[in-house]
Write a protein that binds this ligand. Sequence first.
Ligand code: ADP
Ligand code: ZN
Length: 713
Amino acid sequence: MTKEQVLKKYFGYDTFRPLQSDIIDTILNRQDCLVLMPTGGGKSICFQVPAMVLEGITLVISPLIALMKDQVQALQANGIPAAFINSTLSANEQRTIETQCRTGELKLLYVSPEKLLTPNYLDFIKTLKISLIAIDESHCVSTWGHDFRPEYTQLYVLKEAFPDIPMVALTATADRVTRKDILKQLGVPDAKVFISSFDRPNLKLAVSPGRNRLKIIHQFIAQRPKDSGIIYCLSRKNTEEVAEGLRKLGIAAMHYHAGIDAKTRSEVQDAFIKDEIQVIVATIAFGMGIDKSNVRFVVHYSLPSNVESFYQEIGRAGRDGLPSDTLLFYSFADIVTRKDMIDKSELPPEMKEVQLAKLDRMKQYAETEICRRRVLLSYFNEEAQNDCGNCDVCQNPPVKFEATIFAQKALSAIARADEKVAMGLLIDILRGAQNRNVFEHNYHTLKTFGVGKELRYEEWADYITQMLNSGIIDIAYDERHSLKLNTLSWQVLKGERKVELVKFEPYEVKKARQEEAAPKEKSKKEVIKDALFDKLRILRKKIADELNLPPFVVFSDATLSDMAQKKPINKIQMLAVSGVGEQKFKQFGERFINEILDFARENTEPGKTRVVKGFTYVETLDLYNKGLAIEEIAQRRNLSPVTIISHLIKLKEEGNDINLKDLLPSYEYNQIIATAMRLNMQKGDALKPLFDELEGLYDYGKLRIALAMWEGN
Ligand code: ADP
Ligand code: ZN
């Protein structure tokens, strides 16, 4: 089979993504290669397709047991014989798999590095006909990578054992140093390197000021009541609080962190994967080894420590390529917390500096006033050609205003309070708040007390934060975060420097404006598509439960969406849906077709346009199956008998059980066909000459039936 045929037959996809095709050709040419693609980029196809094209078995080294299991499950669902070997299997199970390897039944074998390196195991592998070696998550071989695993450094033995077998190393994260190191460690220094863009255009990027987080998350989820998502928090306690808060608001949310016992953890994870929990609130302990392709949003409750982690975490959304959302909450306090964490860590000073520099890049992302995707991609040394149009800055460019007076008010209040107040108290002074803290320090007697009444608390908080960000105000973390003046502050106070700020807009207002700008009124078609998608999703869950599989293994969201769009009602149409390969068609096709037909029946009103193309045939078929004669069907459907006949002929061609002979006595058939033969008629010829030759003895419907029967023979 060619690689294209494999892609269609087993995976149900029509075309390769950029690079996939080149990578596979390289492998089929027996060359080594290194593949760098972001999460969801489609790395697996790069070795799974050659595995099916090549003779023999593909050995896949994969570090995460959970991932192995998922991948094998997904392969099997596509009708590809695959298995994994790791410490979780019994000796018996292992033996069965080893036998399948020897007999050549298996096409892909997943092995953990630990297992591979146990004594004699490599000897066993050497007895097999290995066609390709794939090293997944290959950054783990490098001490430079962020997930270094000592077992991985032994993997050079593979190339020694199989010098002529192509090797492909894959990873979603590797900078230049790591990249080189991977190739060195694996003993393939000359491997061809493929680097795909790290852009994930389907991920929408947005940042919100870190206030009223729970309320905003609630609104955010309320707009996506059926979508799965992950919320990342900084602390364990935080995950528990947020999950609890969301549950009180009626959202199926659970927390997850490394402090929970292993059993509960795996139950929570399982429920999430099976679409039984909508939201996971987790520390960064969650996500490694989660392959769930239909995560529709990722929220960061607090600021991540660096852009790599952030990108990896948001990368867990939208692996299936469908539009997905990301939302980062950002406040100055988060920066402070992160800085404290770095300060208090055991790291050597130079590492602390690196961490601080990385934190600073994260801050830049959060604060940027240009397209966020540009900022993100520049971090990965990629230059975006255009503004993305799919981030909050692009969709809602910041509006600036002349804010020198506001800045002066704030700065002078800081000065008069002897640079001893933190942000909260400063705002109280500016707004003239009558509270104990203010009275205790006699701040109500300051000249600046109440000079900033015209702004609300959150407006001041936003503007002071902006001033901190732009360096007009300093902050002393070691003095209870009291605000300080610097040279720039004095320039502003003296009127030597002007200040511009971005106009504050509460999240809700911003959101509402965005929605207004983008006409959200769904067309009738979209409404129908969404309704069908929901029905298909319910069926998917039912099937997944019957088979004890994650729903996204049955079909991805992307596949369901394409199906809801195309509304296939026969085999050919169903196989044209992206992600429906032969095995999945065999296993699930009929049930999904029936679901679509039911949907069409429920939604079709006489005389109205049909929601499913070709449904008119099905309506005819339904009546035919009830035993009605052609004339009766025609009458009921208000169509001519000739049309009904053409329906039945087409239905027959599509493999439906239609007995054309019942529709035409055999002497009539014989006479028509004898005449057609005499006229030397070919398939597709016009019927008029035949009609004339028979002197109008039979109507066109009968002629069609006879010819269809004839061609069918
Ligand atoms: P990665 O391992 O790089 O994170 P996957 O291999 O899991 O990514 O692929 C991500 C998603 O994209 C999967 O749902 C996969 O089936 C789908 N996919 C991969 N290649 C194609 C393709 N050529 N056409 C359509 N979908 C694809
Ligand atoms: Zn943008």
